[in-house]
Design a protein around this ligand. Structure first.
Ligand code: CBY
Length: 431
């Protein structure tokens, strides 16, 4: 064969390899891109409770060996476990188990010393019991029930496959908030169902063939629903659900066609959001990180995944936060309303750069009867539990929805920065 022919054959061969390689490699190549996420996790003063579990899980999965940060999170989790886990919700405990148990590290023993698997089995039972007595509504939500099944499945806890089949049908209302399919919830359910499917397939857990078929069908349908939520820019659901949607799609590639999802496009959209500073609270950074390095929560008991040599990330020293003295801050004014059946409104002036919560506090000062509210600290920041004495309830699927210009916000009251002239609202809603 002439040399030029040989060369062109080699060229052809290389060319034919490129597309398939491009499809498979969907991980950040420039490690600096994820530094803002690491800095958020490091610099945060308050990485409490579930947030600490999320951060530890994430660091372990991607193989970040920063001992100071890891020890800080382990200490926080240890403290919670020692105080007693009865006040934790089922999903909070499931996350703690995942974080402690990931990657065979010394803190794994806490799971067994404190019988955390038994505790989770009980909490999962309590969720099911509540569904039986309260019109199919769990104590918490299906995102947490999925975390429960995932942790029980990965750490050999007891759960009934029949119960999983009964509860996790994709048409179940608990996957929806209002008419909207919750991508976060669907993604977590796909991870849980994939774990159950794998246990059934390799004989670890016994079940009849019908259950396996149903679990496969559910997974397929959930994956379809997730892919339907893909936006033009590549995000799936919104900024904060995309990382978990990616994890779900990584483990379920048998259920969709290569042409249905361009992982690179989604990855680039997330990188864009990182550069915009969107993941500026520890839990948001922790939830998106594993997917960016091709990891999923199903890798927690895979030895190989946790020592991925990603140890030498360039983690920079925290930059001092510059605080502008309050006097020099210009003020902005917004319209704030509380809507139950009637709408109660007020014009509220707050310093430039204030968050939604500051508006609510200011309004409360103006008129306590109309604008009084209560909140609870959650891993995502303050969650508004009541306004005007009217309380949100999981049993009734009621909550206080936050809106701007009539559109629901994708951030909570402690994170959303308000703008001059904006029409903000808290609305009594059902989901
Ligand atoms: N985590 C949980 O239990 C929460 C699960 C979750 C699906 C979660 C989103 C996803 C996640 N990754 O953690 C979730 N939200 C739920 C279940 C709920 C419901 C809570 C009640 C229940 N049954 O447990 C409910 C009421 C439907 C809900 N979320 C309300 C809200 C609004 C809160 C307003 C308030 N009263 O304070 C709000 C602000 C939406 C709105 N416009 O009113 C909201 N949620 C948002 C924005 C979010 C996202 C937070 C993003 C951010 N940067 O702050 C979210 C990530 C999350 C937390 N909710 Co909910 C979804 C998203 O945008 N992708 C497990 C536990 C162990 O940690």
């Amino acid at each position: 064969m002439r040399q030029s022919h040989q060369l062109s054959l080699v060229g052809l061969l290389l060319f034919s390899l490129i597309p398939s390689q491009l499809c498979e490699i969907c991980e950040v190549s420039e490690k600096n891109d994820i530094n803002p996420l690491l800095n958020t996790m490091i610099n945060s003063k308050y990485t409490r409770g579930t947030s600490a579990a999320n951060v530890l899980l994430s660091l372990k999965l991607v193989g970040i060996q920063n001992q100071i940060l890891r020890q800080k999170m382990v200490k926080e989790i240890k403290h919670i476990v020692k105080m007693g886990v009865s006040d934790l919700s089922s999903g909070e405990l499931a996350l703690i188990i995942l974080a402690l148990g990931a990657c065979r590290s010394p803190e794994e023993t806490l799971i067994y010393d404190y019988h955390l698997i038994d505790e989770l089995e009980n909490k999962f039972q309590a969720e099911i019991k509540n569904m039986e007595t309260h019109n199919d509504n769990p104590l918490t939500n299906y995102y947490q029930l999925s975390l429960d099944v995932l942790a029980l499945c990965l750490f050999n806890g007891n759960y009934s496959t029949a119960e999983v089949v009964k509860r996790f049908n994709p048409e179940n209302k608990n996957y929806y908030f209002g008419s909207q399919f919750s991508v976060d919830t669907g993604a977590m359910a796909v991870l849980a169902l994939t774990c159950v499917n794998r246990s059934l397939t390799n004989g670890q857990v016994k079940a009849d063939g019908g259950d396996l078929t149903k679990i496969s069908n559910y997974t397929k349908s959930l994956v379809e629903k997730i892919l339907c939520k893909k936006k033009r820019n590549g995000l799936i659901g919104n900024t904060f659900s995309t990382g978990e949607a990616m994890q779900a799609l990584f483990v379920s590639s048998d259920y969709y066609n290569e042409t249905e999802w361009n992982c690179r496009e989604t990855l680039n959209a997330v990188l864009m959001e990182i550069s915009r500073g969107a993941f500026n609270i520890p839990i948001a950074a922790a939830q998106v990180l594993p997917a960016l390095l091709g990891k999923t929560y199903l890798d927690v008991n895979k030895d190989s995944s946790c020592v991925s040599g990603s140890g030498n990330f360039n983690i920079s020293i925290p930059e001092p936060i510059t605080v502008t003295p309050p006097e020099s801050q210009p003020h902005i004014s917004v319209n704030y309303s509380v809507r139950i059946n009637e709408t109660y409104s007020a014009n509220v002036t707050v310093p430039h750069g204030s968050v939604f919560l500051a508006v609510m506090e200011k309004a409360q000062k103006i008129n306590h009867t109309i604008f009084c509210f209560t909140m609870e600290e959650s891993s995502w920041g303050p969650y508004i539990t009541s306004v005007q004495g009217l309380w949100a309830s999981n049993n009734d699927r009621t909550y206080w929805e936050l809106l701007s210009g009539g559109k629901p916000l994708s951030q909570g009251a402690g994170s959303y920065v308000v703008h001059n002239g904006e029409n903000l609202e808290v609305r009594w809603s059902t989901y």
